[in-house]
Design a binder for this molecule. Structure first.
Ligand code: DC
Length: 236
């Protein structure tokens, strides 16, 4: 990879494969990785623990403003939130049920976006979320919007739950997927939409590895274009 691609923004709906692809991309390109979803989950977890009502927007905003979230390790699966170490708890059903509601509170978003920008300030990062290309890092070197049909995403999520030893009902998983899409894409603040200059990656018929290969190809093409532009302007 050339020096020019330092920050890659990845957005897309739930279970589109952003996390798997983002992690693999970061590993293969030697970049840091941040899944911003864990930050919204961490605030949700903290609110439930401190008994701040999910309906109390001011209380949630204050909590987000007071809470510094630090990543533990490289894979965005464990964080320190206000000094407490949290990992698998962030994917527990009670957090999953409430996180979309926490993520639509403007004060929560403002506080977390600020922390996300500070983490990206040093560059060399793949950042994954819903509003990275549109709001958090509008100047990212490459923006990707990874998506797949609701059925395919629900099937992946259903399989994941089965692999964890659960016995999920497919129709219910599909319904929950659609509900989360609805909340994420219809909220007033930073709805889930592709940035105008994002590359759309449709993953219905592709494995995570194929998607990563495709994106690496995009990165190479972009670096090549950049190099041609630079050498062109050098001749003038
Ligand atoms: O990607 P995820 O499932 O871990 O995200 C958890 C929730 O946080 C989900 O409701 C979308 C929301 N989210 C967001 O609003 N903005 C982000 N940048 C990342 C996640």
């Amino acid at each position: 990879m050339g020096e020019s691609t330092q920050v890659i923004a990845i957005d897309g709906p739930v279970a589109a494969g952003k996390t798997t692809v983002g992690r693999e991309l970061a590993r293969r390109l030697g970049l840091n990785y941040l899944d911003t979803g864990v930050m919204y989950r961490a605030i949700t977890w903290l609110a439930l623990r401190r008994k701040v009502s999910i309906a109390d927007e001011a209380g949630l905003g204050q909590l987000a403003q007071e809470s510094t979230i630090r990543l533990v390790g490289q894979d965005s699966s464990t964080v320190l939130v206000s000094g407490e170490r949290v990992g698998p708890e962030l994917w527990e059903p009670k957090v999953v049920r409430n996180v979309s509601r926490v993520a639509r509170v403007p004060e929560v978003r403002r506080a977390l976006v600020e922390q996300q920008r500070a983490l990206a300030a040093e560059g060399r990062m793949v950042m994954v979320g819903r509003d990275i290309g549109t709001v958090v890092l509008p100047d990212a070197d490459l923006k990707l919007f990874i998506t797949a049909s609701a059925e395919v995403r629900a099937r992946r999520r259903w399989q994941e739950l089965r692999d964890q030893g659960q016995d999920p009902d497919f129709d219910q998983v599909l319904e929950e997927t659609r509900e989360r899409d609805r909340i994420d894409s219809q909220r007033a603040d930073s709805p889930l939409i592709p940035a105008e200059d994002a590359v759309l990656v449709e993953t219905d018929d592709l494995s995570a590895e194929q998607v990563t290969d495709l994106i690496i190809q995009q990165v190479r093409e972009q670096v090549q274009k950049q190099t041609q532009l630079n050498s062109g302007s050098g001749q003038n």
